[in-house]
Design a protein around this ligand. Structure first.
Ligand code: GLA
Length: 463
């Protein structure tokens, strides 16, 4: 019945069109149809819809699980439909699909419509790819370390965490325990217990160890905050700390974040920290010099020194200031790489923003460390559970950043580090600075150690 109406309508349109002198010139070209949002979405399908195209007799519908239609859902590769909608069936739940249509008449086929994305309801039954991240990364023509942020008490031989860490990751960074406040308990007095455990674990298991971080304004020990000596004596304390720590781990730690987060978000100038106040604007360079001198004195000529910061892809004044610091360090041959923290969201930064930021460091011949990657799915606190839409959006964002990283030249690659293993261990849901306490799922594993689509996205980014 519907078909008959469509044919009658088509004929009327055809007659009207053939009477119009204006349209005669374009009479041999079929218009490109416009596809509309899907209706009646359920666990196993949806209704695909599109607009009528004059002179068409039917439409060719494509459905795919990839937005570039490299493969098609079975039976939906140019499926001929003589209506303006089609109920697509036999799909998986909780899965993202894409569709597009072309108009057709006897002799002609139009161009492709716009692409519509639709996510079926229910839970995905497609298993996540269980390939180990480092195994796939190591097979690349230009491999890089896949890193994980760890805490000393997680490193229990034989535990589930330990098995995943050894299987999947080739580098570790201490989430907290290699910062100044846990290590330095008083002037010249050190508590190495947790930091030593982390470094020894990496060394014993053939896992790269990245040191994070020598100088950070949020990890200043109380004794140094309250230091009553002169500014010169304050600087001497910082120098002693850097020297002692770099010496202690010489040959055991491959790289250090020397200074973390020195640039202010609002002014695009040096952040007004105790280090700036007490040591002056040359403090960043001094710290790098002391780290380099200590490594050389300890016989470690290969230690890589990084500057590490966040939000430089979206905050351009901040990015510019970071690169002016880097240029200054580079002139004195004191810096080897840039750490981009990348505490990102499913929306931001964009691909082009990240690429532009990273390529500035690539152009300077520096190593790139994506040093603290996590991807929030609830930055505006608009969801109360981890929805399919966000799960898939997060997957795409992980895939995107891994692709960006993998595309940089071999000489610039170092590591891409994920900031925690399980969602419930991430700092994100607990941060009171962020707007969604308790509600986020930013990592590659859920709280039961089950692989998330984010992990599959990471793997797909390596293709
Ligand atoms: C910053 C620091 C990290 C860590 C996170 C929160 O990004 O660089 O060391 O403290 O905050 O986990």
């Amino acid at each position: 019945m519907k078909n008959k109406i469509l044919i009658i309508f088509s004929s009327i349109f055809f007659m009207l069109n053939s009477c119009s002198s204006e349209d005669n010139a374009a009479a041999s070209n079929l218009e490109t149809p416009i596809a509309n949002a899907a209706k009646d979405v359920n666990d196993a399908g949806f209704k695909a819809k599109w607009n009528y195209v004059s002179k068409s007799q039917s439409y060719l519908l494509d459905v795919s699980i990839s937005g570039d239609f490299t493969t098609f859902v079975e039976n939906y590769n140019s499926k001929e439909v003589t209506d303006l909608n089609e109920i697509v069936v036999g799909l998986n739940g909780g899965t993202q699909y894409f569709y597009r249509v072309r108009a057709k008449n006897d002799s002609q086929i139009s161009g492709y419509s716009n692409v519509i994305s639709v996510i079926t309801t229910g839970s995905s039954t497609i298993p996540e790819d269980p390939t180990f991240l480092k195994v796939k990364a190591n097979k690349l023509a230009n491999p890089f370390f896949v890193g994980m942020a760890v805490k000393a008490d997680q490193l229990v031989n034989g535990s589930k965490y330990d098995a995943i860490l050894k299987n999947e990751f080739s580098s570790i960074s201490a989430e907290y325990e290699m910062k100044m406040n846990p290590i330095s308990t008083a002037s010249g007095v050190y508590n190495w217990t947790a930091a030593d455990k982390i470094v020894a674990y990496g060394n014993a298991n053939g896992i790269n160890v990245h040191g994070h971080a020598l100088v950070w304004h949020n990890a200043v020990p109380t004794w140094l905050t309250n230091f009553s000596g002169t500014d010169v004596q304050f600087a001497a304390e910082v120098k002693k700390y850097i020297t002692d720590v770099v010496t202690h781990y010489a040959g055991k730690v491959k790289s250090w974040d020397v200074v973390n987060e020195a640039v202010d978000d609002n002014t695009g100038e040096l952040r007004n920290t105790i280090f700036l106040q007490r040591m002056g604007p040359n403090y960043v360079k001094d710290c790098f010099q002391w780290a380099r001198d200590a490594a050389n004195a300890a016989g470690d000529k290969n230690l890589l020194l990084f500057y590490n910061d966040y939000a430089t892809s979206t905050n351009i004044p901040k990015q510019n200031k970071m690169f002016s610091i880097i240029d200054d360090l580079k002139t004195s041959n004191l810096i080897d790489g840039v750490g981009y923290q990348m505490h990102n969201t499913y929306l931001n930064p964009t691909k082009i923003q990240i690429e532009t930021d990273i390529n500035r460091a690539v152009a300077k011949g520096l190593k790139i460390h994506i040093s603290e990657l996590d991807i929030q799915v609830n930055p505006t606190n608009d969801i109360t559970s981890f929805t399919n839409e966000r799960r898939l959006a997060q997957k795409e964002k992980y895939k995107e950043i891994v692709k960006i990283y993998n595309a940089i030249p071999a000489a610039n690659k170092y590591a891409l580090t994920i900031w925690g293993m399980k969602d419930d261990e991430s700092w994100i849901p607990y941060s009171t600075d962020l707007n969604h306490v308790g509600n986020d799922w930013p990592l590659l594993y859920d709280s039961n150690f089950a692989l998330k689509s984010a992990h599959t996205g990471f793997l797909e980014g390596l293709d």
